[in-house]
Design a protein around this ligand. Structure first.
Ligand SMILES: Nc1nc2c(c(=O)[nH]1)N[C@H]1C(S)=C(S)[C@@H](COP(=O)(O)O)O[C@H]1N2
Ligand SMILES: [Mo]
Length: 245
Protein backbone atom coordinates (compact mmCIF):
# COMPACT_ATOMS: atom_id res chain seq x y z
CA UNK A 1 0.00 0.00 0.00
CA UNK A 2 1.34 3.44 -0.84
CA UNK A 3 2.26 5.81 1.96
CA UNK A 4 -0.50 8.21 1.00
CA UNK A 5 -3.30 5.69 0.93
CA UNK A 6 -2.07 4.16 4.16
CA UNK A 7 -2.21 7.61 5.74
CA UNK A 8 -5.70 8.10 4.39
CA UNK A 9 -6.78 4.81 5.86
CA UNK A 10 -5.37 5.64 9.28
CA UNK A 11 -7.03 9.05 9.21
CA UNK A 12 -10.37 7.62 8.11
CA UNK A 13 -10.00 5.01 10.83
CA UNK A 14 -9.36 7.69 13.42
CA UNK A 15 -12.40 9.71 12.40
CA UNK A 16 -14.68 6.68 12.16
CA UNK A 17 -13.49 5.29 15.49
CA UNK A 18 -13.99 8.68 17.15
CA UNK A 19 -17.55 8.84 15.87
CA UNK A 20 -18.51 5.27 16.64
CA UNK A 21 -16.95 4.52 19.99
CA UNK A 22 -15.60 7.73 21.42
CA UNK A 23 -12.33 9.55 21.65
CA UNK A 24 -10.58 7.03 23.88
CA UNK A 25 -10.73 4.32 21.20
CA UNK A 26 -9.46 6.74 18.56
CA UNK A 27 -6.65 7.69 20.90
CA UNK A 28 -5.62 4.08 21.32
CA UNK A 29 -5.51 3.70 17.53
CA UNK A 30 -3.36 6.83 17.32
CA UNK A 31 -1.10 5.28 19.97
CA UNK A 32 -0.44 2.30 17.68
CA UNK A 33 0.95 4.68 15.08
CA UNK A 34 3.09 6.64 17.53
CA UNK A 35 1.03 9.81 17.12
CA UNK A 36 0.79 10.72 20.78
CA UNK A 37 1.38 14.26 22.02
CA UNK A 38 3.33 14.43 25.30
CA UNK A 39 0.38 15.77 27.32
CA UNK A 40 -1.98 12.93 26.39
CA UNK A 41 -2.26 11.73 29.98
CA UNK A 42 -4.13 14.79 31.25
CA UNK A 43 -7.80 15.62 31.50
CA UNK A 44 -8.06 16.35 27.79
CA UNK A 45 -5.80 13.43 26.84
CA UNK A 46 -7.85 11.54 24.25
CA UNK A 47 -9.04 14.76 22.61
CA UNK A 48 -5.49 16.13 22.44
CA UNK A 49 -4.31 12.89 20.87
CA UNK A 50 -7.00 12.92 18.22
CA UNK A 51 -6.30 16.54 17.25
CA UNK A 52 -2.56 16.01 17.08
CA UNK A 53 -2.73 12.69 15.23
CA UNK A 54 -5.23 13.92 12.64
CA UNK A 55 -3.28 17.14 12.04
CA UNK A 56 0.05 15.37 11.73
CA UNK A 57 -1.35 12.86 9.22
CA UNK A 58 -3.15 15.46 7.12
CA UNK A 59 -1.07 18.61 7.35
CA UNK A 60 2.53 17.58 8.08
CA UNK A 61 3.81 19.55 5.10
CA UNK A 62 1.22 22.30 4.95
CA UNK A 63 2.26 25.94 5.09
CA UNK A 64 0.88 28.65 7.33
CA UNK A 65 -0.76 31.36 5.24
CA UNK A 66 1.51 34.21 4.20
CA UNK A 67 0.12 37.71 3.62
CA UNK A 68 1.03 40.71 1.49
CA UNK A 69 2.80 43.85 2.74
CA UNK A 70 -0.45 45.83 2.67
CA UNK A 71 -1.98 43.43 5.18
CA UNK A 72 0.60 44.07 7.91
CA UNK A 73 -1.15 45.34 11.07
CA UNK A 74 -0.65 49.07 11.67
CA UNK A 75 -0.23 48.64 15.42
CA UNK A 76 0.98 45.18 16.39
CA UNK A 77 -0.07 44.13 19.88
CA UNK A 78 2.78 43.43 22.30
CA UNK A 79 1.44 41.12 24.95
CA UNK A 80 2.57 40.42 28.48
CA UNK A 81 5.27 42.13 30.47
CA UNK A 82 8.50 42.88 28.59
CA UNK A 83 11.64 41.41 30.08
CA UNK A 84 13.27 44.17 32.12
CA UNK A 85 15.56 42.62 34.74
CA UNK A 86 19.01 44.10 35.34
CA UNK A 87 20.95 41.42 33.46
CA UNK A 88 18.74 41.89 30.40
CA UNK A 89 19.03 45.68 30.56
CA UNK A 90 22.83 45.34 30.53
CA UNK A 91 22.70 43.09 27.45
CA UNK A 92 20.34 45.52 25.76
CA UNK A 93 22.51 48.56 26.59
CA UNK A 94 25.44 46.82 24.84
CA UNK A 95 23.33 46.22 21.71
CA UNK A 96 23.14 42.51 22.60
CA UNK A 97 26.81 42.10 21.60
CA UNK A 98 27.32 39.69 24.55
CA UNK A 99 24.05 37.83 24.06
CA UNK A 100 24.28 34.20 22.86
CA UNK A 101 21.99 31.37 21.81
CA UNK A 102 23.05 27.94 23.15
CA UNK A 103 22.19 24.77 21.20
CA UNK A 104 22.63 21.51 23.13
CA UNK A 105 21.12 18.09 23.82
CA UNK A 106 20.99 15.47 21.06
CA UNK A 107 23.28 17.24 18.63
CA UNK A 108 26.67 16.14 17.34
CA UNK A 109 28.28 19.55 17.98
CA UNK A 110 26.78 21.57 20.86
CA UNK A 111 27.29 25.19 19.96
CA UNK A 112 26.49 28.76 20.86
CA UNK A 113 25.82 31.57 18.44
CA UNK A 114 26.06 35.34 18.71
CA UNK A 115 23.42 37.51 17.07
CA UNK A 116 25.92 38.41 14.34
CA UNK A 117 26.55 34.70 13.68
CA UNK A 118 22.82 34.01 13.43
CA UNK A 119 22.48 36.92 11.00
CA UNK A 120 25.22 35.43 8.81
CA UNK A 121 23.00 32.42 8.01
CA UNK A 122 20.76 32.84 4.93
CA UNK A 123 17.72 34.76 6.17
CA UNK A 124 14.06 34.32 5.41
CA UNK A 125 11.24 36.86 5.78
CA UNK A 126 7.58 35.96 5.96
CA UNK A 127 4.40 37.86 6.69
CA UNK A 128 2.28 35.72 9.01
CA UNK A 129 -0.49 35.96 11.53
CA UNK A 130 0.20 35.69 15.26
CA UNK A 131 -2.96 34.53 17.02
CA UNK A 132 -3.27 34.54 20.80
CA UNK A 133 -5.45 31.88 22.43
CA UNK A 134 -7.36 34.78 24.05
CA UNK A 135 -8.75 35.87 20.70
CA UNK A 136 -6.67 38.84 19.53
CA UNK A 137 -4.16 38.66 16.70
CA UNK A 138 -1.96 40.67 14.36
CA UNK A 139 -0.08 40.28 11.10
CA UNK A 140 3.62 41.17 10.89
CA UNK A 141 6.65 40.51 8.77
CA UNK A 142 9.17 38.35 10.60
CA UNK A 143 12.80 37.97 9.53
CA UNK A 144 15.22 35.39 10.78
CA UNK A 145 17.05 32.14 10.20
CA UNK A 146 15.10 28.90 9.72
CA UNK A 147 15.48 26.82 12.90
CA UNK A 148 16.38 23.82 10.71
CA UNK A 149 19.54 25.57 9.49
CA UNK A 150 20.77 26.24 13.03
CA UNK A 151 19.92 22.67 14.07
CA UNK A 152 21.78 21.30 11.05
CA UNK A 153 24.81 23.41 11.91
CA UNK A 154 24.86 21.66 15.30
CA UNK A 155 24.09 18.24 13.72
CA UNK A 156 20.77 16.70 14.80
CA UNK A 157 21.24 13.12 16.07
CA UNK A 158 18.86 10.50 14.62
CA UNK A 159 17.12 9.86 17.98
CA UNK A 160 15.86 13.46 18.11
CA UNK A 161 12.08 13.77 18.52
CA UNK A 162 11.49 17.21 20.05
CA UNK A 163 13.08 20.63 20.29
CA UNK A 164 12.69 22.44 23.62
CA UNK A 165 13.30 26.19 23.64
CA UNK A 166 13.92 28.36 26.68
CA UNK A 167 13.49 32.07 27.31
CA UNK A 168 15.58 34.51 29.32
CA UNK A 169 12.21 35.15 30.98
CA UNK A 170 12.51 32.37 33.55
CA UNK A 171 9.11 30.71 33.51
CA UNK A 172 8.75 30.73 29.73
CA UNK A 173 9.73 27.77 27.62
CA UNK A 174 7.98 25.39 25.26
CA UNK A 175 8.65 22.55 22.82
CA UNK A 176 7.70 21.33 19.34
CA UNK A 177 8.06 18.03 17.50
CA UNK A 178 10.50 17.56 14.62
CA UNK A 179 7.77 18.14 12.00
CA UNK A 180 7.50 21.74 13.22
CA UNK A 181 11.19 22.10 14.15
CA UNK A 182 12.30 21.21 10.60
CA UNK A 183 9.45 23.10 8.93
CA UNK A 184 10.67 25.87 6.57
CA UNK A 185 8.43 28.51 8.21
CA UNK A 186 9.70 27.91 11.75
CA UNK A 187 12.16 30.78 12.20
CA UNK A 188 14.50 32.10 14.86
CA UNK A 189 13.54 35.72 14.27
CA UNK A 190 15.65 38.80 14.94
CA UNK A 191 13.72 41.23 12.70
CA UNK A 192 10.15 42.50 12.49
CA UNK A 193 8.49 44.77 9.91
CA UNK A 194 11.86 45.69 8.38
CA UNK A 195 13.69 46.68 11.61
CA UNK A 196 15.23 44.88 14.58
CA UNK A 197 12.81 42.74 16.54
CA UNK A 198 11.56 45.11 19.29
CA UNK A 199 12.17 44.00 22.87
CA UNK A 200 8.40 44.12 23.47
CA UNK A 201 8.00 41.42 20.84
CA UNK A 202 10.83 39.24 22.16
CA UNK A 203 14.00 40.83 20.81
CA UNK A 204 16.79 40.08 20.34
CA UNK A 205 15.58 36.58 19.35
CA UNK A 206 12.24 34.87 19.27
CA UNK A 207 11.14 31.53 17.85
CA UNK A 208 8.20 32.02 15.47
CA UNK A 209 6.09 28.88 14.98
CA UNK A 210 3.42 30.25 12.62
CA UNK A 211 1.56 26.94 12.34
CA UNK A 212 0.64 27.09 16.04
CA UNK A 213 -1.00 29.57 18.44
CA UNK A 214 0.91 32.61 19.75
CA UNK A 215 2.06 31.09 23.03
CA UNK A 216 4.29 28.61 21.15
CA UNK A 217 6.25 31.62 19.76
CA UNK A 218 8.41 32.13 22.83
CA UNK A 219 10.17 35.50 23.22
CA UNK A 220 13.78 36.13 24.37
CA UNK A 221 14.91 32.64 23.35
CA UNK A 222 18.47 31.96 24.52
CA UNK A 223 18.72 28.16 24.61
CA UNK A 224 17.56 25.28 22.43
CA UNK A 225 17.73 21.65 23.54
CA UNK A 226 17.17 18.70 21.20
CA UNK A 227 15.72 15.66 22.98
CA UNK A 228 13.97 12.32 22.45
CA UNK A 229 11.62 12.79 25.41
CA UNK A 230 9.73 15.61 27.10
CA UNK A 231 9.50 13.85 30.45
CA UNK A 232 11.94 16.33 32.02
CA UNK A 233 10.23 19.25 30.26
CA UNK A 234 6.60 18.72 31.18
CA UNK A 235 4.40 21.25 29.39
CA UNK A 236 3.07 24.18 31.36
CA UNK A 237 -0.29 23.58 33.03
CA UNK A 238 -3.35 24.97 31.32
CA UNK A 239 -2.14 25.25 27.75
CA UNK A 240 -2.34 22.28 25.44
CA UNK A 241 1.06 21.24 24.11
CA UNK A 242 -0.10 21.02 20.51
CA UNK A 243 -1.67 24.31 19.40
CA UNK A 244 -1.93 23.82 15.63
CA UNK A 245 -4.06 26.26 13.66
N1 LIG B 1 8.94 34.95 26.90
C1 LIG B 1 7.63 35.09 26.62
N2 LIG B 1 7.16 34.58 25.44
C2 LIG B 1 5.86 34.72 25.12
C3 LIG B 1 4.93 35.32 26.02
C4 LIG B 1 5.46 35.86 27.23
O1 LIG B 1 4.73 36.46 28.07
N3 LIG B 1 6.80 35.72 27.50
N4 LIG B 1 3.57 35.37 25.69
C5 LIG B 1 3.12 34.40 24.69
C6 LIG B 1 1.75 34.61 24.24
S1 LIG B 1 0.51 33.99 25.20
C7 LIG B 1 1.47 35.23 23.03
S2 LIG B 1 -0.11 35.33 22.43
C8 LIG B 1 2.54 35.84 22.24
C9 LIG B 1 2.29 37.34 22.08
O2 LIG B 1 3.24 37.88 21.23
P1 LIG B 1 3.43 39.46 21.11
O3 LIG B 1 3.86 40.00 22.44
O4 LIG B 1 4.45 39.68 20.05
O5 LIG B 1 2.10 40.06 20.75
O6 LIG B 1 3.84 35.64 22.79
C10 LIG B 1 4.04 34.41 23.47
N5 LIG B 1 5.41 34.27 23.90
MO1 LIG C 1 -1.41 34.32 24.06
Amino acid sequence: MSKVSRRKLITTGLAATAGASGLAAAASLAHRYGLIPPDYGGLYGPGETLTYAAQRLLTRHSLAREFSTSQISKIPVANGRPLDDEAFKRLQAAGFADWRLAVDGMVARPASFSLAELKSFPSRSQITHLACEEGWSFIAEWTGVPLVDVLNAAGILPQAKYVVYFSLQKSWWDSIDMADALHPQTLLTYGMNGGDLPVGHGGPLRLRVPRQLGYKSVKYVNRITVTDSLKDFSPDGGYSWYAGI
